[in-house]
Write a protein that binds this ligand. Structure first.
Ligand code: PMP
Length: 400
């Protein structure tokens, strides 16, 4: 039997540089009265419970094989067709062969890592980056080349050169809430085409535009008029549009990439939950998903506004931030470089609130000056109180 010391290196590969922030989050749920602004959770009040119960009953009664048997690895054919039709656009011809149904967008990130990364591969990433992606790829110990998409001198071809792939969340990035402008999307797609580099468009927040019409997806910008075979690997999910518990997402990519991902998925979970896929199919086909969106947008827009108003009242002298035009998060950077936001997390918890510190979104763990604040989960009055508590915690932290 392996000794304690010989077992440990295997864990180290997974744990990597994770600091004790992860442990703090795991215990935070037990604090009574905590106003949690750390997660990326939709508000459960947006779930259409009755309509979804009906769809669940219909799935089992009318489609028992789809719902209860092992599903095809690629996903239910009818759902793949529906996703292909939903994302096709003038000049962008998608078919079933371009679509893989996954267990949430998260599994798409995991499978891409399995298929494309070697030990120590280089990834071009919009940073700070989504923690789940960093977690999924950590076992391959990749290095990251940060892409400063907002820099005037950003040169996409140089950024992509020599990388396994480029990773972006163009719509309201997690964690920064930033929207990548159309010109940068076009430049990235052109660079991916010119250099033959895969370009991951991770898009869980693509429907959550509060102030303007959605910008073109990079997938659409990569259209060449025929059947899709381009460099963009698009990741979608039902998690923010309907509910995360279904664990249903999709990858749209060139057929060859889909085939490789299917092989990786076979060795992972065999198939995405059949009942979840059947409900997803009917939720889209019946118009349920589209019909609940306006209410979700109104609710989250009001919360975004309440949060930013509270921040202007309580945090204006402590942090800088930009009001996001969509998504779920505000990213705030401390004005005082001496503030360590890992320490602020502890002080915030002691004051009954919780935010996410920037270190977990930095592949090097070095960025300790910013925080991510979620505004979708709590009602306005709780957000206001949470920000008041955060201001008290920040002042206490700076006074230490
Ligand atoms: N990518 C990003 C940027 C996210 O924020 C999330 C959800 N937090 C995901 C992917 C994965 O979401 P899911 O697995 O629930 O579809």
């Amino acid at each position: 039997m392996a000794s304690e010391t010989s077992r440990r290196p295997a864990f180290a590969k997974w744990l990597g540089d994770t600091n004790d922030v992860t442990q703090i989050f795991l215990s935070a749920g037990q604090i009574p009265g905590l106003i949690n602004m750390a997660g990326g959770l939709p508000d459960p009040q947006t779930w259409p419970i009755k309509a979804m119960s009906d769809l669940a009953a219909k799935a089992v009664q009318d489609h028992p094989t789809d719902a209860l048997a092992y599903a095809p690895i690629e996903g239910l054919p009818a759902l793949r067709d529906l996703i292909a039709a939903r994302f096709s656009a003038p000049g962008l011809l998608l078919s079933r062969e371009n679509v893989l149904i996954t267990s949430g967008g998260m599994q798409g990130l995991d499978l891409i890592g399995k298929v494309l990364l070697e030990e120590g591969s280089l990834i071009a990433a919009q940073t700070p980056a989504y923690l789940g992606a960093l977690d999924a790829w950590r076992p391959r110990r990749p290095s990251y080349r940060p892409m400063r998409l907002d820099a005037n001198d950003f040169a996409p071809e140089t950024a992509l050169h020599g990388t396994q792939f480029a990773y972006t969340v163009p719509n309201f990035s997690n964690p920064t809430g930033r929207l990548v402008p159309l010109a940068d999307r076009q430049a990235l797609v052109a660079a991916a085409q010119a250099t033959g580099t895969w370009l991951i468009e991770d898009d869980p927040y693509g429907t959550l535009y509060y102030d303007s019409a959605p910008l073109a997806r990079m997938l659409t910008l990569a259209a060449t008029g025929g059947a899709y075979d381009g460099p963009v690997i698009y990741l979608g999910t039902l998690s923010k549009e309907l509910a995360p518990g279904f664990r249903v997402g999709w990858v749209i990519a060139a057929p060859e990439m889909i085939q490789a991902l299917v092989m990786a998925k076979q060795g992972s979970d065999m198939s995405t939950s059949g009942i979840g896929q059947r409900i997803t199919l009917d939720a889209f086909a019946s118009g349920l998903t589209d019909s609940i969106l306006p209410n979700i947008l109104n609710l989250y827009r009001d919360r975004r506004d309440a949060l930013c108003a509270a921040m202007r009242t309580h945090l204006a002298d402590l942090f800088d931030w930009q009001t996001p035009e969509g998504g779920m998060f505000v990213w705030a950077t401390a004005r005082n470089p001496a503030l360590n936001t890992d320490h602020l997390l502890r002080a915030a918890l002691a004051n009954g609130t919780c935010i996410t510190p920037s270190s977990v979104f930095d592949p090097t763990g070095q960025n300790r000056r910013a925080i991510r604040i979620n505004f979708t989960f709590n009602p306005p009055e709780k957000l206001t109180e949470g920000i008041r508590r955060l201001a008290t915690a920040t002042r206490a932290c700076l006074a230490e």
